[in-house]
Ligand binder design. Structure first.
Ligand code: NAD
Ligand code: IPM
Ligand code: MN
Length: 358
């Protein structure tokens, strides 16, 4: 079968990690008899430089013409000072998520056996295992609420960001979480701040309704501050963690570190219709960009998620995941996951080793 893939390479390490992931796709294609047609779509800081807009006209249409989108990362210090927030590279990312209706962001954080030594938690905690799935709401909440900046009579300038959720938005992400839990460990932890926020109180009401409907799934409410603490105390207690946009952003970076490095964790951003968008959870890492230092595993595993969720190709997905495990088991390490004194390899070598295992 032939698949059309939109590539948003983006900024910083984005092009480096997407480059390796594309080669992995070609290797998988050759082995399993699929072909891929790639279309480059420019978005983010590089698009500001090229055409003066971070989200050029037609970006969403180009993506919609494809079966799936693979994204590296956007943003960086070069474009951080734009006076117009609509012109930030990161705003383009929010726009593409919204325009493609990608309300569910699946961020699996699993401690791979070979990475136990890179887990910064206590040995006993790592040995218990970590395998959780953060289901982050991606097109609502404070990221998309009205933002304002205005002059007050007595307090100088004030800035505000509105955080709003509708029942519909909460229910559809909740359903995704319960459905996923049914295929995994049958547990959902819903993370909110219902002791303070009205949007969280509505969130909780809707989740409780769903919990009754999905009575075969164990359900609990966890306040977000406690969730942040529990993630480092005993992450093994969690299966599916469902939460709103900003809490999910923050908790998934935390969850990435307990599994070794942010350079390892993939994500799938999906809605009710194709295409889905697949992206590592990390950013453009300007501090290591252009130096062949970035870990490409998160982006390569995002391709595995693409195969599984967009193309229903579980065999191909598993071939990638097994290849990553095999390379890590042999002790190959990029700088972010190397123990002191351990030999370090670069982005391209890591990609090549993974392809050789496929
Ligand atoms: P970051 O994730 O880019 O980097 C945080 C730290 O993790 C850095 O030390 C970096 O070197 C390291 N790191 C990240 N990915 C790595 C990898 N694959 N291999 C090895 N090390 C890796 O976060 P930041 O520094 O806060 O943000 C940098 C820029 O990226 C900002 O402009 C931010 O807005 C943007 N960003 C974009 C995305 C995205 O496009 N999806 C996500 C997060 C941040
Ligand atoms: C992520 C990033 C983005 C987010 C930023 C760059 C807009 O941090 O994908 O996790 O907050 O969603
Ligand atoms: Mn983030």
């Amino acid at each position: 079968m032939n698949y059309k893939i939109a590539l948003i390479r983006g900024d910083g390490i984005g092009p480096e990690v997407v480059g390796e992931a594309v080669k992995v796709m070609e290797t998988v294609g050759a082995k399993f008899g699929h072909s891929f047609e790639f279309t480059d779509v420019m978005m983010g800081g590089c698009a500001i430089d090229a055409v003066g807009k971070s989200y050029p006209d037609g970006t969403a249409e180009k993506c919609r013409a494809c079966d799936a989108v693979l994204l590296g990362a956007v943003g960086g210090p070069k474009w951080g000072h734009s006076s117009d927030p609509d012109q930030r590279p990161e705003t383009a990312l929010l726009s593409i998520r919204k325009d493609l209706g990608l309300y569910a962001n699946l961020r699996p954080a699993a401690l791979r056996p070979a990475m136990a030594g890179a887990c910064p938690l206590k040995k006993e905690t790592a040995e218990k295992g970590i395998d959780l799935m953060i289901v982050r709401e991606l097109t609502g909440g404070v990221y998309f609420g009205k933002r304002e900046r205005y002059e007050t009579a007595d307090r100088g300038i004030e800035a505000a960001d509105r955080m709003a959720y509708s029942e519909m938005e909460i229910e559809r992400i909740g359903r995704r979480a319960f459905e996923l839990a049914r295929m995994r460990g049958k547990k959902v932890a819903s993370v909110d701040k219902a002791n303070v926020l009205e949007s969280s109180r509505l969130w909780r009401e809707v989740m409780h309704r769903l919990a009754k409907e999905y009575s075969d799934v164990a359900y609990e409410d966890v306040l977000v501050d406690n969730a942040a603490m529990q993630l480092v105390r005993d992450p093994g207690q969690f299966d599916v963690v469902v939460t709103e946009n900003m809490f999910g952003d923050i908790l998934s970076d935390e969850a990435s570190m307990i599994t070794g490095s942010i350079g390892l964790l993939p994500s799938a951003s999906i809605g009710d219709t194709a295409p889905g968008l697949y992206e590592p959870i990390h950013g453009s890492a300007p501090d290591i960009a252009g130096q062949d230092k970035a870990n490409p595993v998160a982006t390569i595993l995002s391709v595995a998620m693409m195969f599984r969720y967009s193309f229903q190709l579980p065999r191909e997905a598993k071939a990638i995941e097994d290849a990553v495990d095999a390379v890590l088991n042999e002790g190959w390490r990029t700088a972010d996951i190397a123990a002191p004194g351990q030999q370090v390899i670069g982005t391209q070598r890591m990609g090549q080793l993974i392809r050789e295992k496929i």
